[in-house]
Design a protein around this ligand. Structure first.
Ligand code: ARG
Length: 271
């Protein structure tokens, strides 16, 4: 088991304009109150946790009128020096795509444009030597073939079946190069069988943990940052030897997002 923490480089977006003005997933209720300042404080704490763990946090400037831009994971998919830009399913988020694309260009990545709906690292997770790619709600199945062409990693399609777990990163967490944690009920029978085959030692989360977005976690191979409400999952991870750090992102959860949604992986930080 590899339990060495690797220092990571992340991209984040301050939730300056965070709100729930529309509903594009079952978590969002535009009639419920949202405290933007509290969201900012919770986000700042997450950023501090990453810094304390030795990770490098880059930031993209938030844009007014784009309340979901805080969910940087949806801004692209980065593997090595390549970045694939995104195409959102919903028009409310469409203008985020060029903003993230411009950030990748300026940061020196080779940028590829999506030909189909693709919501970035919300649905695309590198797990060891394979890319797991979700479909069913957001990212189009057709985009999985393009991901494979662009990155040269085998892409494994994961069929999502529960609308509350609409992005792959709400139903599955990569813990290290060998292991993942996931909610079996969020996947089709075929995808469950594939997960059992690929990850026989995976941690199975309960619905109670998934319902607080506990699987929307960020691991560096040793430390796992996850919603503090996911106490059952945290205990299972500690039993496996991981160090867990709970964060409260309850305000952002009103839009259906947790720590991983706020975090785009840019690769390892160069020492
Ligand atoms: N309100 C956003 C949406 O529905 C939340 C995105 C969460 N991001 C994620 N990577 N799961 O698009």
């Amino acid at each position: 088991m590899t339990m060495d923490a690797t220092s990571q480089r992340f991209l984040m977006c301050r939730p300056t304009y965070f709100a729930v003005d529309y509903a594009i997933n079952p978590w969002m209720d535009p009639t419920a109150p949202v405290d933007t300042e509290r969201a900012v404080r919770q986000w700042e704490r997450l950023r501090q946790v990453y810094r304390d763990l030795g990770h490098v946090v880059e930031e993209i400037t938030p844009l007014p009128g784009l309340p979901d831009m805080v969910f940087a994971a949806n801004g692209g998919t980065v593997v090595g020096d390549r970045a694939m830009a995104v195409q959102f399913r919903d028009p409310q988020r469409a203008d985020e795509a060029p903003a993230y694309r411009a950030w990748f260009e300026a940061a020196g990545f080779d940028v590829y444009d999506p030909k189909h709906v693709n919501e970035g690292e919300g649905d695309v997770l590198l797990a060891g030597d394979v890319l797991l790619a979700g479909t069913g709600f957001r990212t189009a199945h057709a985009s999985h073939a393009q991901l494979q062409e662009v990155f040269g990693y085998p892409v494994i399609t994961m069929q999502l079946v529960d609308p509350r777990f609409y992005h792959l990163d709400t139903a599955l967490t990569v813990l290290d190069e060998q292991t993942v944690a996931y909610l079996p009920e969020a996947f089709s029978p075929g995808s469950r069988a594939v997960l059992r085959r690929l990850f026989p030692d995976a941690v199975h989360a309960t619905m109670a943990d998934a319902e607080v977005l506990g699987l929307n976690a960020v691991s560096d191979g040793r430390h796992v940052v996850l919603p503090e409400q996911a106490t059952g999952l945290a205990a299972k991870l500690r039993d496996r030897g991981y160090q867990t750090i709970g964060v409260d992102l309850s305000e952002l959860r009103k839009a259906g997002g947790g720590p991983k949604c706020c975090t785009l992986r840019l690769g390892k930080a160069s020492k």
